[in-house]
Design a protein around this ligand. Structure first.
Ligand code: MSP
Length: 536
């Protein structure tokens, strides 16, 4: 526990019914960029991700592979952890709901729920979507079938797949009792659901009235047992949502866990996709209200990566079960890991859906990374090495105070960038950085250092030009680091600034004047070789 503000950010925990694809990786990178930015901005970050291993869907996947559910989950875990390593995900913890800590926390939750008075026993008779692990009432199903023209087929109102009829004894959570308190929460804390238009969606859903929720299953056994009722296992979402608290010590009695929980909870941000908004913005806060725990500060809801269906021409959510999933490796092969991270973070409006296109990926990579950022670094470092004997210029005392076109662009940039980053507007943050990168590239043309270098009388001018360029590069590398950590570290190293990698004071690093004087410069390989379109 450091002497810094805590920033606890989470991704959803992923179902282990299939290998991760671009869509699941997208959500994880989105949270990773925020976690990296917050660390650099001076927060003590805990970044949590993991796997959701219980439920019917996982049990079915295990059965099709002739494995026990636990064997299946164990076999899938490396697919996730290896991909997160490859994609430079900087999570501090990886939770699996089959771990003992989750078992303990969920059973503790049951006891607290029972004490709360918001739990009662009944029987559930209705529809269930296994792929979505979600209940639907007769009325919801009929209405959706009617609208879709599939009357009598009983298809899932959300994903359109066939539903299962479920009749079983069950424990219920009195969700209906929380309507007023939830509406009050949304009213008093409009920042609870972001972006704003998602908040409107949540508010109108809750205004329409809430049904109590069946939270235990009896026709099925792959779940955490209900401690006071044999034969009942926990409904997978009741289990999964709790992971966020389990990971910071909830339910543990030892001193260290209690301290950790007090320090880390509530979370600052849950990053989730729009399909699971009701679980996070309605059910989860109601559960927490029932057991009198603090509510997370915000839920950031992103859209889907979509793929065009060749037959219908319509954009569809990318998913393994729809058979339209693209493997992350295909994009890594094209753009490299850092190009991949950059593209998905800055070319997608994070609240909205976004269609995948390899053409667009190449365009953005070539324009921003090869031609702008990579080119600026390579030209500037080459010139510095050439004109200053393999080094950065020896800087006059007052060089940083001197007015200059690039210094002016850089001034005030951090505040604008940070505001965009905090709002998950990564495209906006990137635009701020690109102002400096573009200005620096223009400055090279305008100031023509190659001509200045020919005239010994203009030596001072040459120092000024090259130092401004290197200083712009130094600041840009810092600001791009949450997106492309390895490239930024490499750029700083090439200017002998390795001590600045992994900064915890980004605002201070962005003040003009941090360049090191007369130190070695490494030209190095091209950071982002231009893509020839035929490479695909
Ligand atoms: N296990 C639950 C989450 C429990 S959190 C307490 C779950 N798992 S999931 O594997 O189906 O989905 C996890 C996340 O991946 C969701 O936020 C979902 O929106 C996201 N995505 C899955 N496919 C996606 C796209 N095609 N595009 C963007 N995100 C997508 O739900």
């Amino acid at each position: 526990m450091a002497d810094k503000p805590s920033y606890f950010i989470t991704t959803p925990i992923y179902y282990v019914n299939a290998a991760p694809h671009l869509g699941t990786a997208y959500c994880t990178i989105l949270a990773d960029v925020q976690a990296r930015f917050r660390r650099a901005a001076g927060y003590d970050v805990k970044f949590l991700t993991g796997m959701d291993e219980h439920g019917e869907k996982v049990a079915e996947a295990a059965a099709t592979h002739d494995m026990t559910p636990q064997e299946w989950c164990d076999s899938q875990a490396p697919l996730f952890t290896n991909l997160w390593d490859t994609l430079e995900i900087s999570n501090d913890d990886f939770i699996r709901t089959t771990e003992a800590r989750q078992h303990h926390a969920v059973q503790y939750l049951w006891e607290r729920m029972r004490e709360s008075g918001y739990l009662y026993k009944g029987s559930y008779d209705g529809w269930y979507c296994v792929p979505e692990e979600t209940y639907f009432t007769e009325t919801q199903v009929e209405k959706a079938d009617e609208e879709r023209g599939t009357k009598g087929e009983h298809l899932c109102p959300d994903c359109g797949r066939p539903l299962e009829r479920v009749q079983e004894e069950s424990w219920f959570f009195k969700l209906s009792a929380f309507q007023d308190r939830l509406l009050k929460l949304y009213e008093e804390h409009p920042e609870f659901v972001q972006p704003t238009f998602r908040m409107n969606e949540v508010r109108s859903f809750v205004s329409g009235g809430l049904q109590d929720l069946s939270v235990s299953r009896t026709t099925f056994d792959w779940g955490i047992p209900v401690p006071f009722d044999d034969g009942h296992v926990t409904y997978v979402w009741f289990d999964a949502l709790l992971n966020y608290m389990t990971a910071v010590g909830y339910s543990c009695d030892d001193e260290a866990s209690r301290k950790e929980f007090a320090y880390r909870w509530p979370a600052q941000c849950h990053v989730v996709g729009k399909d699971i908004i009701r679980f996070h913005c309605v059910i989860w806060p109601a559960m927490l209200m029932a057991i009198q725990e603090a509510l997370p500060e915000s839920v950031f809801v992103h859209g889907f990566l979509t793929v065009r269906n060749a037959e219908t021409g319509k954009a569809e959510k990318m998913s393994k079960s729809r058979g339209n999933a693209i493997a992350p490796q295909d994009v890594i092969d094209l753009l490299g890991v850092e190009g991949y991270r950059y593209y998905f973070m800055i070319d997608v409006t994070h609240g909205e859906d976004s269609a995948i296109s390899f053409e667009r990926m190449e365009q953005v990579y070539n324009a921003d990374l090869a031609n702008s950022w990579g080119n600026l670094v390579s030209r500037s470092l080459n010139m510095s090495a050439k004109y200053f004997d393999g080094k950065t210029p020896v800087l006059p005392e007052d060089w940083a105070e001197k007015d200059g076109v690039l210094k002016r662009v850089a001034e005030g940039m951090y505040a604008r960038y940070a505001e965009r980053m905090e709002a998950f507007d990564y495209a906006g943050a990137k635009d701020v950085v690109m102002e400096l990168i573009h200005a620096a590239n223009h400055y090279i043309e305008d100031s023509a250092p190659w001509a200045v270098a020919k005239d010994p009388e203009r030596a001072g001018e040459l120092v000024e030009i090259i130092s401004s360029l290197l200083e712009s590069i130094r600041i840009s590398a810092h600001l791009l680091a949450p997106f492309m950590p390895t490239t930024s570290a490499e750029v700083l190293r090439r200017m002998s600034l390795e001590q600045e990698v992994d900064t915890e004071d980004l605002a201070a690093q962005c003040v003009w004047g941090g360049l090191a004087s007369g130190v070695a410069v490494t030209k190095g390989e091209a950071l982002f070789p231009r893509l020839a379109t035929e490479k695909r």
